[in-house]
Ligand binder design. Sequence first.
Ligand code: AVJ
Length: 323
Amino acid sequence: MAQETTAPELTEQDSSVTDDRAEILKGLRRAPKVLPPKFFYNDRGSELFERITELPEYYLTRTELSIMRRHIDEIVTLVGPHASLIEFGSGSSLKTRILLEHLDRLAAYVPVDISRDHLVAAAETLAAEFPHIEVLPVAADFTQPFDLPQPKTMPLRNIVYFPGSTIGNFSPDAALALLEVMHQEAGDGGALLIGVDLNKDKAVLERAYNDRAGVTAEFNLNMLERLNREFGANFDLGAFEHRAIYKESPGRIEMHLVSMREQIVAVAGETFYFEKGESICTECSHKYTLDEFEAMAGRAGFSVHTVWTDPQKFFSVQYSLRR
Ligand code: AVJ
């Protein structure tokens, strides 16, 4: 008999509508020019990111996955039964599946993402795969506090989950503010499970973002292609080059698109002048030491309980209790 499937019920936060076009123009008017990394992830960009995660140089995803797999029993024990798992991001990743497979009688799985369509699609897939878990997607900008839906079963505690070292995409100030939102959403007795990429040798980091196969370059340039298609831009993709460089302080990888010549580019009815060698910064990926991250989490009201790392100490998965 065919199993009846009902689409997960979506909660939508009526936050201020974010205007992508205005955000792009604002970034390009700045000196130096910037574009927010969230514009990487159209269909093509998400596909390219998937390929990045499989590159030999890109250690992050496979290392985080192996840490999760190796320590899942301990994670299950720490989380305990009847928790509500609140993922910041829409959670189509393998890491989320590991948790949904193993955690003990989850009261609910609550993915939170601003991209409504992506969120609904991912939630439907997971709800079908895990019919015994109540999936309650929330369409909201998770950098601002949002209301949690009420699961049918009362959760014993909230576990905020933020994998992938996405925290690294936020400046230290913005990361602290985001951890404060997580602290609020975790509530009394709650905890945070987060993936954090660790600071390391410059050569290892620069290789991870300058892969030999050129997939990261394609991923970076795809942002301009997207601007051409969706925002009335006329970037000459052959006149920009991908560059990823490590900056010591604060420890971070910066991804740039460098103009190979002097040129003028139109974007959404506005023109922008580029000097030869001038760049657009498309992403910062901050790398933390364990002490730095502990201090920041501490300021947001979390006490680090357990940190798992790989033998090379490249990446960490951290479990912090809400104070
Ligand atoms: C998804 C933000 C963790 O910063 O490593 C990968 C994105 N950018 N290669 C990262 C990314 C270039 C990635 N995060």
